[in-house]
Design a protein around this ligand. Structure first.
Ligand SMILES: O=C(O)CCC(=O)C(=O)O
Length: 272
């Protein structure tokens, strides 16, 4: 089911929307069973952390490189309940990223808060994050909180991923005392629910005050770049439409490469 025009407008305005459909209990059961199996077998890459209730005990906080692990994760990521609302936001031609997000996050009871942050800078082309909930997420177990409209704010530094000059500074600010807390809304979600948000939206998550785990898949999607001259590699899976090219002709590109060799050979800088 696609978004209605009004819902698509609200997504643009607020920067997030809850998808109209959920994944079935059966598929959510399969996804959880596969996550359990990958954790039990300690299939790398996994991110381990000290358990909030017992610092000597490690738990798996993140199951990384998800789409590479089992077709069931791709089944969820390319499910019509995910792709159809995304089509209302990204248009017909878009990709699923394997080099951003692409993980399951596990937040056991007692987990501390996740600081206020955005994933992408305001200048980046729109990256849409999708959280697929594998368990129910409630205010009590520390559901995500979103700051509506913060993906288009004209204030603050557009390149900062946190509201402070650095991530270390951001970690020092108590969650509830941060000015973004007052501007945010909690977004509780059912198991199988699909939360769609602009990666540049400020968000954070509160302490998990229950004894149970909270689990979700995190995925990233972007519209196909129809001026890219080379076909994308395995870092972008074409899950909707086709890769079209609307740029200059090959001869014009060659002329440009000769005239501007520095730009033609420029390499991307990796963020520290
Ligand atoms: O669901 C959550 O706990 C928040 C997830 C989050 O902050 C993120 O994916 O960047």
């Amino acid at each position: 089911v696609r978004l209605t025009p009004e819902e698509a407008w609200l997504y643009r305005h607020n920067g997030f929307i809850v998808g109209p459909e959920r994944l079935s209990d059966e598929l959510v059961g399969e996804l959880n069973a596969e996550v359990d199996r990958q954790i039990a077998d300690e299939v790398d890459p996994l991110v381990w952390k000290a358990h909030p209730a017992d610092a000597d005990h490690l738990f798996v906080n993140r199951v990384s490189d998800l789409l590479q692990r089992s077709p069931v994760f791709l089944e969820a990521a390319a499910h019509p309940a995910v792709l159809e609302p995304l089509e209302s936001i990204l248009g017909h031609n878009f990709d699923l990223l394997t080099n951003w997000h692409n993980h399951v996050m596990v937040r056991p009871g007692g987990s501390p808060r996740i600081k206020w942050h955005r994933g992408a800078s305001l200048h980046s082309p729109m990256l849409v994050t999708v959280l697929i909930y594998l368990t129910e997420s409630t205010v009590e177990n520390g559901c995500v909180r979103m700051v509506p409209g913060s993906h288009v704010t004209p204030f603050g530094a557009a390149t900062h991923l946190v509201d402070e000059p650095s991530r270390e500074e951001a970690k020092k600010v108590p969650f509830h005392e941060h000015r973004l807390y007052r501007l945010s809304l909690p977004v509780p979600m059912p198991a199988g629910g699909i939360l769609i948000f602009n990666d540049a939206l400020f968000h954070g998550a509160d302490v998990n005050r229950t004894g149970g785990d909270r689990r979700s898949m995190t995925l990233g999607y972007m519209a196909h770049d129809d001026h890219a001259t080379s076909r994308p590699g395995p870092e972008r899976l074409s899950v909707s439409g086709t890769h079209v090219y609307r740029g200059l002709s090959e001869t014009q590109e060659e002329d440009l490469a000769k005239a501007l060799p520095h730009y033609a050979t420029g390499t991307a800088a990796r963020e520290a």
